[in-house]
Design a protein around this ligand. Structure first.
Ligand code: URA
Length: 209
């Protein structure tokens, strides 16, 4: 069964308050999302495996650790997921970045792929799929379906704010994918927005309306 981790680090919670604030403008919103993505990347990488190596310091030979195991990939769900990529790359600069774009059919309300571009060795990588909001869960489920269809095997999902409804839909569909969130909010409203949430993450990141 998927694990759901809520990052309660004080810095993440503090910055999230200003991200939520309707009076926070586009520039500051973008910077704060970037900073929270960095902090979340720090937490999400806590369990990465290490291997011991020899290192020569100016004083003597020593044993020390370097990262081992799978290479990492970041996969933002277009478009709002893009706002979290640079913040993660600050800590994991060698990660490859794939993209998944989905649109919702206005009649059936089902998400459909319109763009998928992934690293060629996607099945070898540990992927972090990012989207600021996990609302109904439909888009996130379909994005992970797209990755699995192309061979991805090791996936984590990271978002800023989730609704309980979305967490259930996602973890039911992908019990092998752990979910990492900064805040678990109350509910979805009738328009599919998370309450209290932060509004439309894409519009607030890119200054569109
Ligand atoms: N997408 C958003 O950007 N905001 C929400 O509240 C829900 C989905």
């Amino acid at each position: 069964m998927a694990k759901v981790h809520v990052f309660d680090h004080p810095l993440i919670q503090h910055k999230l308050t200003f991200i939520r604030d309707v009076n926070t403008g586009t520039k500051e919103f973008r910077e704060l999302v970037d900073e929270v993505a960095t902090l979340m990347a720090f937490e999400i990488t806590r369990e990465l495996p290490l291997q011991e190596v020899d290192v020569e310091t100016p004083v003597c030979m020593a044993k020390s650790n370097v990262l081992a195991g799978k290479k990492l990939g970041i996969v933002p769900i277009l478009r709002a997921g893009i706002g979290m990529v640079d913040g993660i790359l600050k800590l994991i600069p060698a990660a490859r970045v794939g993209h998944v774009g989905l649109f919702r059919d206005p009649d059936t309300l089902q998400p459909h792929e319109y763009f998928v571009k992934l690293p060629s060795d996607v099945s070898e990588r540990e992927l972090i799929v990012v989207d600021p909001m996990l609302a109904t869960g439909g888009t996130a489920v379909e994005a992970v379906n797209s990755l699995k269809k192309r061979g991805a095997k090791h996936i984590k999902f990271m978002c800023l704010i989730a609704a309980p409804e979305g967490v259930k839909v996602f973890t039911d569909a992908h019990p092998d994918v752990d979910v990492y969130i900064a805040a678990l909010d109350e509910k979805l409203n009738d328009h599919g927005y998370i309450v209290p949430g932060l509004g439309d993450a894409g519009d607030r990141l890119f200054g569109t309306k």
